[in-house]
Design a protein around this ligand. Structure first.
Ligand SMILES: Nc1nc2c(ncn2[C@@H]2O[C@H](COP(=O)(O)OP(=O)(O)O)[C@@H](O)[C@H]2O)c(=O)[nH]1
Ligand SMILES: [Mg+2]
Length: 685
């Protein structure tokens, strides 16, 4: 037998949205008598969906933590959000979990949705099992479901149980190692029953497959199978535990969380087979011996308790009041809690293996590894980088007076969720909130209102159009004003010419013989630059050169201010005659989809005025393609929305600004008219 677990173990519940993770958590807590009665997702009474944002949507939008005891062993369960838009939060929980329970529906069609999660688990070698849920109503055959999931898993899946059916009802299961049959009993432990005769052939076949898979990693078992010797149960259990801990095989369990079906069996499998924190520490590069050490996997600003840093304690003990450091920032733990959903229970001390919330660790970020000395182990596994932003909204505080509060709140939101970011776009003057999708940002906007008391308005961002010219021009301009006392005088001649795309603005000075004194020349440039912020079409002007070729000055009346005005004046008069043309930003986009969706991805590109550059296999993603294209930024706002709706939510893309391209004709007229309209609206009181 393996060693008894060192500390409390931690299991993360992951899988697609709607597969029943929150329901399973509720059942796990009920079966372990952690809660006296079960809540329901539709009633908003579950432990898992404890936040107002989650309750309102009946979907998990952040990870929720709960602890339980089962047969005298301690467990922490983390119910992770299933939507791909919140994947960053789920990944953080997976990093510090001993085991992941991948919850899915018994559906062949929906199996590909598991791909990205299984890939993350396999890339990080995180032990995991699959729990096929909702077996109370299904006609799908387990072997088809397993085959469909296997197609998106690099590790081999093995059935641990086969269902016993009564028509399309699953009434129980056969355990393939003990070869015992059980009948589900709602709310109660399953009954041991006689193996129904018609289940025998299927049981034998599935057991054979399980044993053969285990034998790939156990020579002794392989010999026994070849010699037709029956292996001992304890050897088989040990094989299951070992191959699971090493992420070599993925056991598949079955059940119906809503009726607690298979949940006790799942708990027993976890009890026997889930590795403890020592396995996770090895994977993360944290030595077993040393001073107390904790790792933050979730940062939360809670209404009453302030900042909470949820941590896995890798080495204990850790007491409230300890000063901790990540090597750069130091903070004192002010409050130590165990959380169950939204509830916090105060603790004085925690031991290795536990998950605890540490209060008020200012300056400490998610992913940080903390010790009292501030010395952090070398060669730590890298913390998952935040995914690149895919979707933006322009936001503004409903009340102007809240502007300062808004920027503080946005900073905290980004601390809580690294896949959210915000910045000011100098081209459009908008404040942009970037994230992973529409729901992600709507939840963020909600939080700004409910959690930070800053109601905001959000709308699609403006496209940062630019403009340039096609025709050169020589322009003379004189600024002269006589209004008592000092007058103003400046005279300039400027040559303007278009430059190649991407060259920006170039100012040249070709004044000779002191026609304009040197000290006034920067002012001319300043005036020109000022004007270029908004050209004749209403957009910032790029890719042109302005050369100051001649001028005149007045010994008394000339000044910096006068030359600045003259510079701008020359531009204002010349530019409308230089054949101005609208430029739109074009992005280089790589759309990643499972290869059966490649042609859809190509259609999306053509449907959005895009130009396909080519496609190839996505490196490191077996079965996935990447379609490379140039796409106008104006067409990208809801690209992720369409892409996801056509690929069961798993298609994604990466992008970067590439170049500016001319827009002409009706399309350009429309953009210019819209910009002018918006401008007039703004100007109106
Ligand atoms: N029939 C059936 N429905 C279930 C089962 N487990 C969960 N559900 C339902 O599936 C829906 C999604 O469940 P939820 O726990 O919110 O899924 P999550 O998004 O993975 O957390 C809810 O309406 C549940 O009531 C089950 O075992 N059988
Ligand atoms: Mg949920």
């Amino acid at each position: 037998m393996s060693k008894p677990p060192a500390g409390p173990r931690c299991a993360a519940l992951v899988g697609p949205h709607g597969s029943g993770k929150t329901t399973l958590l509720e059942s796990l807590l009920f079966v372990t008598e952690t809660i006296p009665r079960k809540g329901a997702v539709k009633d908003g009474t579950t432990v898992g969906d404890s936040s107002p944002a989650a309750r309102a949507r009946q979907m998990s939008v952040e990870s929720n933590i709960a602890s339980a005891r089962f047969m005298d062993e301690a467990w922490t369960f983390i119910d992770c959000p299933g939507s791909i838009e919140f994947a960053h939060e789920a990944h953080a929980a997976l990093m510090i979990a001993d085991i992941a329970i991948v919850v899915c529906e018994p559906s062949v069609d929906r199996a590909p949705v598991l791909g990205p999660t299984l890939k993350f688990l396999d890339d990080h070698q995180i032990p995991h099992l699959v729990f096929v849920n909702k077996l109370d109503h299904t006609e799908a055959r387990m072997r088809d479901v397993i085959a469909a999931i296997q197609a998106v898993s690099t590790r081999k899946l093995v059935l641990r149980q086969v269902p016993i059916r009564d028509k399309d009802h699953v009434t129980g299961y056969v355990d393939l190692i003990s070869e015992r049959a059980y009948a589900y009993k709602p709310g109660k432990p399953s009954d041991l029953v006689k193996l129904p005769p018609d289940a025998a052939p299927r049981t034998e076949e599935a057991r054979r497959e399980l044993l053969e898979a285990l034998a790939d990693f156990d020579d002794k078992l392989l010999e026994q199978l070849l010699e037709d010797t029956v292996p001992s149960k304890s050897d088989l259990y040990a094989d299951v535990s070992r191959t699971l801990a090493a992420d070599q095989l993925v056991p598949v369990m079955i059940g119906a969380a809503e009726q607690d079906g298979g949940v006790r069996r799942l708990l027993k499998a976890l009890r026997h087979d889930a590795p403890d924190e020592r396995t996770a520490m090895k994977r993360l590069g944290i030595p077993a011996e040393g001073e107390p050490l904790a790792q933050i996997f979730k940062t939360q600003y809670a209404a009453h308790s302030g900042k909470l840093s949820h941590a896995r304690i890798w080495r204990g003990p850790l007491a409230d009041g300890t000063t901790l450091s990540d090597g750069r920032n130091t903070a004192r733990v002010a409050g130590l809690f165990r959380s169950t959903g939204a509830q916090l229970a105060k603790l004085a001390k925690v031991e290795a293996g536990e998950v605890a919330a540490l209060g008020r660790l200012e300056g400490i970020a998610t992913g940080a590894v903390l010790t009292a000395s501030g010395s952090v182990p070398k060669g730590l596994a890298a913390w998952p980088a935040a995914p690149a932003p895919l979707f933006a909204l322009a936001i503004a505080a409903e009340k102007r007076a809240d502007d300062v509060k808004l920027s503080g709140a946005l900073q905290r939101l980004a601390e809580e969720d690294g896949s959210l970011s915000s910045h000011h776009d100098p081209d459009t003057g908008e404040y942009l909130l970037w994230g992973q999708g529409e729901m992600h940002l709507l939840v963020a906007a909600d939080r700004l209102k409910t959690q930070y008391n800053v109601p905001v308005v959000a709308r699609p961002p403006h496209v940062p159009y630019k403009e340039t010219i096609r025709k050169p021009m020589r322009q003379h301009a004189r600024h002269k004003r006589q209004s008592g006392g000092h007058g103003q005088f400046a005279d300039v001649t400027v040559e303007i010419r278009p430059l190649e795309r991407g060259q920006g603005f170039v100012f040249e000075d070709r004044i000779v013989g002191g026609a304009i004194p040197r000290n006034f020349i920067p002012s001319v440039e300043e005036g020109i630059r000022e004007y270029l912020k908004k050209g004749p079409l209403g957009f910032p002007v790029v890719d042109l050169a302005a050369t100051l070729v001649d001028g005149q000055f007045h010994a008394v009346d000339s000044s910096d201010a006068a030359f600045k005005v003259a510079g701008a004046l020359a531009m204002r008069e010349a530019m409308p005659n230089c054949n101005p043309v609208l430029l739109e930003p074009i992005c280089k986009v790589s759309i990643a989809v499972p290869s059966e969706h490649t042609s859809k991805a190509q259609r999306i590109v053509s449907g959005r005025r895009g130009q396909i550059l080519g496609f190839d296999a996505k490196p490191g993603w077996p079965g996935w393609d990447e379609v490379h294209a140039h796409l106008p930024q104006a067409e990208m706002h809801d690209l992720i929305v369409e892409l996801r709706s056509l690929t069961m939510g798993i298609g994604t893309f990466s992008w970067a600004f590439d170049h500016l391209a001319e827009v002409t004709g009706k399309a350009a007229e429309r953009v210019v008219a819209q910009a002018n309209e918006a401008q007039q609206k703004k100007a109106a009181p």
